[in-house]
Design a protein around this ligand. Structure first.
Ligand SMILES: NCc1[nH]cc(CCC(=O)O)c1CC(=O)O
Length: 326
């Protein structure tokens, strides 16, 4: 073994089971890619400590600011975030070095007795703290003529599933990606069709960040980037930004980017905004031609996001978002 072995790369991570799982998976890929050891450095964020509902503390960035401070202070070399927790404006001093291949973007239902959403009886209590999920679940229940009570909850994956195990709630809704990453996807009783419930912009994707000044490191991490995922989440996040909504706003978005070699000639971007009681939803989609190159895909993704936002705003989307997150 060489005496001047490179020092370990420090990967800053939140302490939650989900954050540790996704950081561990990225650390393994970076180790294999660079041959360098990767050390996990645990950091507590405001979002982990606060007991407040996310909708009340604003949501935007509560899980990421402590990690970003450590990146800028040099305490860590890179960080892994859930992309859907990242504010839409990227600070100049930080590089979004890679957006790896996306995990399942859908929401998952975890219900008692293996029930699907449509099988829930009148009076069923369904837990979620997300205004986006509240709006779409309430609208879905209304369309079924079903009387479902949406109960505001928050907490990590185990806490939320615990409400169903204990019998306190009939079901909860979580991101399928989170369940997969912590090995609990078997608890899901239904993967929700995006036609009924659109996921949060960027859901299921990770963001790997480092200081923009670390150009060599950024280039190394860029090996983990998946251009197709980056184009999809760019369309979704451009829509979110153009609606001037925060990550706690009742906004859902999903871009379908066809796999290479797939016989598809169109990209599709779907978006939804609604009131949390589900009485009003503005749900629209737009399509674009499949681009020739990754660079072209990004500008097309941005154009589609802006175009869909304009159409949604013309249909009254701004009035449905309530108080804007900051
Ligand atoms: N807001 C918390 C959060 N941020 C990312 C995920 C799940 C994983 C992902 O979307 O990548 C979750 C939990 C959830 O929504 O159930």
């Amino acid at each position: 073994m060489s005496t001047n072995a490179p020092p370990p790369l420090k990967l800053g991570t939140r302490r939650s089971r989900l954050a540790m799982a996704q950081s561990g998976q990225v650390a393994e890929r970076v180790r294999r890619l660079t041959g360098r050891p990767v050390e996990l450095v645990e950091i507590t964020t405001f979002g982990d400590v606060s007991r407040e509902h996310l909708a009340r503390i604003g949501g935007t960035g509560v899980f990421v600011s402590a990690l970003r401070d450590a990146l800028l202070g040099g305490g860590i070399d890179f960080a892994v975030h859930s992309l859907k927790d990242l504010p839409t404006t990227q600070p100049e001093q930080l590089a979004l070095a890679a957006v790896p291949v996306r995990e399942d973007p859908r929401d998952a239902l975890v219900a008692r007795d293996g029930l699907t959403f449509e099988e829930l009886p009148d009076g069923a209590r369904v837990g979620t703290g997300s205004p986006r999920r509240m709006a779409q679940l309430a609208a879905w229940a209304r369309s079924l003529g079903r009387d479902i009570e949406i109960v505001p909850i928050r907490g990590n994956v185990d806490t939320r599933i615990g409400y169903v195990r204990s019998g306190e709630l009939d079901a909860v809704v979580l991101a399928a990606a989170g369940l997969r990453r912590v090995g609990l996807i078997g608890e899901a009783t239904e993967l929700l069709d995006p036609g009924a419930v659109l996921p949060a912009p960027g859901q299921g994707a990770l963001a790997i960040e480092c200081a923009a000044s670390r150009t060599d490191l950024a280039a190394l991490l860029a090996e983990l980037d998946d251009p197709r995922t980056r184009a999809a989440v760019t369309a979704e996040r451009t829509l979110l930004a153009a609606l001037e909504a925060g990550c706690s706003a009742p906004v859902g978005a999903l871009a379908d980017i066809p796999e290479e070699g797939q016989d598809v000639t169109e990209l599709r971007l779907r978006g939804v905004v609604g009131t949390t009681d589900g009485t009003t939803l503005v749900q629209l989609s737009t399509t674009g031609r499949v681009p020739a190159s990754a660079g072209e895909a990004l500008s097309l993704a941005q154009a589609m996001g802006r175009e869909l936002a304009d159409e949604m705003l013309a249909k009254g989307a701004a009035g449905l978002m309530g108080e804007r997150a900051h």
